[in-house]
Design a protein around this ligand. Structure first.
Ligand SMILES: [Zn+2]
Length: 216
């Protein structure tokens, strides 16, 4: 009989014991936690000014790697949004401004300097202390950031978790699924999303097979 038990859980990770679950199924769920669970990250940067020593591409890349605490109940991926607009709407994009200037002293710009246009949004960098760029006196950066929902499959910057699957010592058939959140979503939510994606895919497949063979 299939048996599922949470054996360990904290803010960052969850460890689930799976008994009598086919390896292929356990592995599919593991892969969905990495590739398919939606999260939110900077997809686009509009550089208005950058007089720092860091080229625009490097700066943009660094910013895109910052995980944002994600609200996937409120926001949807642009390709799933019904607005059909390239710029996006309040359901598929969150806008931010990053503006900093070093006056007499050198200044380090941090993720905490990223200011949302909508002050009520809960979508913000997982930590305010991620360093982005150092400015020498007189240097300035100003940019607009567009955060959108995406998946690890589209780009690794949206990868929700690092997950592994291993057999329990001396207990063949009993496996542990270990999910470590990158910080976008709580580990339990990542597992929940992965399972619901799995269910959806199985339903789609069953429906198609039945349609093809004329069953019901
Ligand atoms: Zn939209």
């Amino acid at each position: 009989m299939v048996e599922v038990k949470i054996v360990e859980e904290d803010e960052k990770s969850i460890r689930v014991q799976l008994g009598d679950v086919p390896l292929s199924i356990a592995n599919a769920i593991r892969r969905f936690t990495i590739n398919e669970v939606p999260t939110m990250a900077v997809e686009e940067v509009l550089v208005i000014e950058n007089s720092s020593a860091m080229p625009n591409e490097v700066l943009t890349h660094r910013i895109s790697l910052i995980p944002f605490i994600s609200d996937i109940d409120r926001y949807v991926a642009p390709e799933e949004c019904d607005c059909g607009s390239k710029l996006g709407c309040e359901k598929c994009v969150v806008r931010y401004v990053l503006r900093a200037e070093a006056l007499d002293e050198p200044l380090t710009v941090y993720s905490g300097d990223i200011i949302p246009e909508d002050p009520t949004t809960t979508v913000k960098p997982v930590s305010p202390k991620i360093p982005i760029v150092k400015l020498a006196p007189g240097q300035r950066v100003e940019m607009e950031l567009y955060v959108r929902v995406g998946k690890g499959r589209k780009n690794a910057k949206w990868q929700a978790a690092i997950s592994s699957l291993y057999e329990k010592d001396g207990e063949p058939g009993k496996r542990i699924l270990f999910i470590e959140s990158i910080g976008f979503l709580p580990p339990r939510r990542i597992l929940k999303e992965a399972v619901s994606i799995f269910r959806k895919k199985v339903q789609e497949l069953s429906k198609e097979i039945m349609r093809e063979i004329g069953g019901s």
